[in-house]
Design a protein. Structure first.
Length: 383
């Protein structure tokens, strides 16, 4: 294999220059969207950011620990219903509900992880699938209708921040003023961006730490990890709980954004869990950037083909392929893309990018033990 024509040292000047340029470009884009983009584009970006947070939370569990979950829609629903119930029923500020949803989802996730100590693979997937199927039915349970609204859900008229005097107070402090009309969507965008940053930093902090190495060891070989001293039970429970808690945050945003919560919402049903999973796999499981890339691509494809139920809206070149369908083919196109990627790039788009990048640029990692280590004090020798 021929060596790459360029070489970059990790942590060197060129490496930092690339990072700064990418960070500046992303910051500029984040500032441009809420200030200059159309309402439709802002809505699409909020949807993408919501999927990003969910997929990153799931990636922490599946991509790095190897625990399969098809029930993360339940944790999304816990966040949505926690915000909806506390705001509509008890007059809480939406921002105050995030911490409550985080704690509740963490506890539920840790409890759900208990079967993961004895089972794995497809059996664990079935357990989490059962969670995703049962959650909407619990919400519809007649005995809980006084709290959840039952099958009807929580109507937007009960949300304090959608009335004539909306507020996002934080313990009585309201720096935002009255939010209504055109300034609501940019505000929701910044909330979504804040959630994504928090979830990303939390996942990155775990992955880059000593605990992250334990997660990867569990994913690759549980027996070897246990022999090396990794606490399997504690690590799995912690990661499952953290993943569930992080997934509840975009659920809170969903309740704030739409002003209503119903058990039949897409992201609260199993369909939402499957979407999170597909977005993560297409972008690249086991990669911090994989869910980000996957969510942007998913929203781009579905939004671009959203009006293709009308044959005249389909480009003439693609009309023979999609003109026969009476429904938008965006989800089907993404499913086909997933199948193709499994053959061409089994590690997702980010994995394919890294493979192609390695042919052009060789990244030399930092040498191990480059930190400054103080010499131990000399031990006196007895005469």
């Amino acid at each position: 294999m021929n060596p790459a024509p360029f070489t970059i040292k990790s942590g060197g000047t060129a490496s930092w220059a690339i990072r700064i340029v990418i960070a500046a470009a992303l910051a500029g884009l984040a500032l441009w969207i809420p200030t200059s983009a159309s309402n439709g584009l802002i809505d699409s970006c909020i949807t993408a950011l919501t999927l990003m947070a969910c997929a990153m939370a799931l990636n922490l569990l599946l991509g790095y620990t190897g625990q399969i979950s098809i029930g993360h829609s339940a944790f999304f629903g816990i966040g949505a219903y926690t915000t909806g119930i506390l705001v509509s029923g008890y007059g809480w500020s939406p921002f105050q509900t995030f911490a409550v949803a985080f704690v509740i989802a963490f506890v539920v996730g840790a409890l759900v992880s208990l079967p993961a100590l004895r089972i794995k693979g497809v059996y664990l997937a079935l357990v989490t699938l059962a969670l995703g199927l049962v959650f909407p039915q619990i919400i519809k349970w007649p005995k809980l209708e006084w709290l959840t609204g039952g099958a009807r859900g929580l109507d937007k008229t009960g949300f304090r921040f959608t009335k004539d005097n909306p507020t996002y107070e934080i313990f009585g402090w309201n720096p935002w003023g009255t939010l209504r009309g055109e300034n609501v969507k940019p505000f929701h965008f910044w909330i979504a961006m804040g959630i994504v940053v928090i979830v990303y930093l939390a996942c990155r902090g775990v992955v880059k730490s000593r605990a992250g190495r334990s997660l990867i060891a569990i994913r690759d070989n549980e027996t070897a990890a246990a022999v090396m001293g990794v606490n399997l039970a504690g690590t799995k429970a912690l990661v499952f709980g953290l993943s569930a808690a992080l997934c509840s945050l975009p659920g809170c945003l969903s309740a704030i954004r739409t002003g209503n919560v119903t058990p039949d919402s897409t992201n609260i049903t199993v369909a939402g869990s499957i979407t999170f999973l597909i977005v993560m796999v297409v972008g690249g499981a086991g990669s911090l950037w994989g869910p980000i890339v996957g969510s942007v691509l998913y929203v781009f494809v579905t939004e671009l083909t959203g009006d293709w139920s009308d044959t005249d809206a389909i480009p003439a070149v693609l009309r023979p392929l999609f003109g026969w369908s009476n429904t938008p083919p965006g989800t089907g196109i993404f499913a086909v893309l997933l199948i193709v990627l499994m053959f061409v790039a089994p590690f997702g788009i980010v994995g394919m990018y890294r493979r192609l990048q390695a042919r052009v640029v060789t990244v030399v990692p930092k040498p191990a033990g480059t930190g400054t280590i103080s010499a131990p004090a000399a031990t006196p020798v007895e005469a």
